[in-house]
Design a protein around this ligand. Structure first.
Ligand code: KG4
Ligand code: ZN
Length: 404
């Protein structure tokens, strides 16, 4: 016990010395929580030395969606190459890395375990400390790498697995204001796009559902043809629901297929209008819940007399239509809005490495040399829950209308 303690102290001091003196710290980030194998190196000067993402999208889309065992096999096949590729791109040797950050929660357990095992192997081989990362916290702080966004700020996390509104006071102080009661928006886009059979259009074969819906919506001539319900209108909280929109979509598609006698391997002819209507409904829902969160934070002086700030992050933050709606909303509250560059909105190793940098700078005790202590956690809450407090505040908003 004594010996272990001494080892931990000595190594901890060693890293502290390097970061407090001349050079910045350099962190390797490993992300395998779902279907992307991401490895990157970022330093505390906000420089991305390498960013490698091996996507599995192409394979999963051929089989109609992600299956965890297949995702695990693909991570296993790719992770070592991704690491070599990353080191070559960065042009440094592994000894130059100060710490290894790895996503250990939340995510698909079979996927998480591949990244965590590989991180432990690297940590042992090169004698480096590990920092464990919460995938959603990493999405939430990613925009700080590229923009000056002081704490505190509000963050809308929209991805394939999550939909959360969170107030962030510090790198490890998150308060959850609202979350999805069922599907995440990206999940809904993916399932609806598959049911609609957008994949029969060659251009969309390797697109994610959300990407395909956004692109198809751009060519719409009449988005109003298809009607979508607005969820949770009677709930004065910041929760979300996308299952109603999804089920309604399935009904609308079925009805249109029957009317148009669409072949089982084809797509309805007015799919552009359908996608535009769907996108508009999802965006409207995201706008309303975010508006209530902004009003709640202002009423509680959560922004501490500074200008309100909203960060939008996660794969669905790639969507320009949704981001522009949210931008319009924030303008009505003199609220600043940010999102990461598109290449960093979806899952990647940079956000994990950057979160490692943030964690280390905020609290050096996050460095872990006891590798056996580290485990994966499939489901992990995001900060402390303020969902009921928001509901109790009973905020009635005068809704900001969507752009025309
Ligand atoms: O954050 P992410 O890469 O992985 C998760 O942690 O889930 O998000 C992936 C999700 C997918 O569901 C995908 O359909 C969605 O992000 N997505 C989009 C767009 N690009 C990716 N959704 C809407 N519009 C987009 N342009
Ligand atoms: Zn993600």
């Amino acid at each position: 016990m004594q010996v272990i303690f001494k080892f931990v102290r000595r190594s901890y001091i060693k890293l502290c010395k390097t970061c407090e003196t001349t050079r910045s710290i350099c962190v390797l980030g490993i992300e395998t929580s779902c279907d992307d194998t991401g490895i990157a190196i970022v330093n505390s000067d906000r420089k991305v030395l390498a960013n490698v993402v091996y996507s599995q999208q192409y394979i999963h889309s051929r089989y109609g969606g992600i299956t965890p065992p297949r995702a695990q096999d693909l991570h296993r096949q790719q992770i070592s190459n991704a690491f070599q590729h990353c080191m070559t791109e960065a042009g440094i040797v592994p000894h130059k890395i100060d710490a290894i950050a790895v996503t250990n929660k939340p995510g698909l357990p079979l996927s998480l375990i591949v990244g965590v095992r590989f991180a432990k192997y690297l940590a042992r081989t090169y004698s480096k400390p590990l920092v464990t990362i919460h995938h959603m916290e990493a999405h939430a702080l990613q925009a700080r790498m590229e923009h000056t966004i002081p704490y505190p700020f509000l963050c809308l996390l929209i991805s394939g697995g999550h939909c959360q509104l969170t107030y962030i006071k510090a790198p490890n102080e998150f308060s959850l204001l609202g979350e999805s009661l069922d599907d995440a928006p990206g999940e809904a886009f993916d399932k609806i796009a598959r049911r609609l059979r957008l994949y029969v259009i060659p251009k969309y074969r390797n697109f994610s559902g959300g990407q395909a819906v956004e692109d198809a919506a751009r060519s719409a001539t009449n988005p109003e043809i298809f009607e979508f319900p607005l969820p949770l209108t009677n709930k004065r909280n910041c929760n979300f629901s996308f299952a109603g929109i999804k089920n309604n979509s399935f009904r609308l598609i079925k009805a249109a297929e029957e009317i148009q006698c669409t072949a089982p391997d084809n797509i309805i002819n007015n799919y552009n209008n359908f996608c535009a209507g769907l996108l508009k409904a999802c965006s409207r829902h995201l706008m309303n819940r975010t508006q209530r969160a902004i009003e709640y934070c202002i009423s509680k002086n959560f922004f501490q007399n500074s200008v309100p700030r909203l960060v939008v992050s996660g794969g669905v933050a790639n969507n320009d239509y949704i981001f522009d709606d949210l931008k319009y909303l924030t303008e009505q509250y003199s609220c600043q809005i940010f999102r990461p560059s598109k290449k960093f909105c979806s899952d990647n190793g940079v956000m994990i490495a950057w979160n490692g940098v943030e964690q280390i700078l905020a609290n050096r005790h996050c460095l872990n040399w006891d590798y056996d202590e580290i485990d994966i956690i499939g489901k992990a809450p995001l900060g402390c829950r303020l969902i009921h407090e928001v509901e109790r505040a009973n905020i009635k908003c005068k809704w900001v209308q969507q752009r025309k």
